[in-house]
Write a new protein. Structure first.
Length: 44
């Protein structure tokens, strides 16, 4: 399991596969100075 991020830590570079076949690269595809990333597991 990866270490948790602490205040001031940089977000690690990851690629997420989205529904519909697209993908997003984080944090490279985020344009704003401040961002929030929410991971939702979906159906339990």
């Amino acid at each position: 399991m990866a270490d948790k991020l602490n205040m001031g830590d940089s977000f690690p570079s990851i690629t997420l596969n989205l529904v519909g076949g697209r993908s997003v690269n984080l944090p490279a595809d985020l344009d704003a100075k401040y961002n929030m990333v929410l991971f939702y597991r979906g159906h339990w």
